[in-house]
Design a protein around this ligand. Sequence first.
Ligand code: SF4
Length: 405
Amino acid sequence: MVINGEWDQRSLTISIKANCLTISLSVSGGAEVYSFDGEGRLWTALLDGVSYRRGLDGKLVAKWQTPGGGRDRCWLPPEKADELQAYIRKQVAGLLRALQDGQVRLDQPLPQQGLDDMRRAVAFDQQRIEADVARYHQVYKPVGILPPDQYMAVVLQATEGCAFNTCTFCDFYKSRPFRIKKPDEFSEHLLAVREFLGRGLSLRRTIFLGDANALVTPMNRLVPMFEAVHRVYDVQGLGGIYAFLDGFSGEKKSARDYHMLSEMGLERVYVGLESGNQELLNFLKKPGKAADAVKAVRAMKAGGVAVGVIVLLGAGGHTYSRAHVRYTIADINAMVLDLNDIVYFSELVETEGKAYVRDAYQASLRPLTEAERIAQAEAIEEGLQFSRRGGVPHISRYDIREFVY
Ligand code: SF4
């Protein structure tokens, strides 16, 4: 339901949905927009042309357009995040008071749910934020990364960490060893996540089985985990189960295994191919063979599970660029993707301290510029071929620096 009105000579829109509340206020020079989940947690905001997204861990990322038409981002320092949330709460509290005092003109009466949602947003104060973030850290080990279309998932950590942890360009899970949760522990985690999300669960769109390679879990342990998820969550209502499978030297599943998991709600598996060039994969210390990634994807597709294939743009700099493009095209074409699948181009992020930066320096690799990385993505995309019958997968960029859960 969308209600339009006027408050304090500013136009106002209140959108009340079953899963979120959104308030838009016109201000001099533009508009301010705030949205909240069912618990009253700030979810997104737009102020002064800067969009903000708050993660469940309490961190806020700000994104804006640069004058040249590009985009930039930064994570707010905690005090700035608190300041922003306090300002937004003050605005909503002011609106709530004005509504109660009859100082707001609306084109239709505000339903009780709208008032309740606003009260929850105001009540989600600093103390509540701190308690919520503390609870988040009890429920979750750090969620390293998700595919961009899964930022609104319910993450369920069936495993923790990465079973391989060797790739030089990736530091998401270096701080913890890989382990598969025991059945009781996983069941407790499922309940704890549900309790933590509370009414905010309705905003979540899918279920993501974490962490980096939950699907390396052997079938005799994975199937009971899927069953446990079904006992606690409405898997179909939430849009199914999604997961990463990364590195291919672990347990290999057959098309029959994937079919069974698909019957239990597995919708899509995200595969970190990175490159089709085996030499480059060796340089990156990525476990497994590129050919194994192709086989794994074909098994998934044959089992009725869609895939998201991730390609690492800029990996190996100029030295590997030609082979990277050539063999990546060949491998993706061999996967026989269709319109249910996704190809993600993820840019290599060369932050200090990553082993990749050291290795690239020692190998005298010349990095690709931003424009050359874009050209690399275009060159790969140009070489991809899809059947008319299957259709074309969605092809998109994946910026790991924008990840928020
Ligand atoms: S297998 Fe994936 S999650 Fe593990 S270290 Fe490599 S890129 Fe990172």
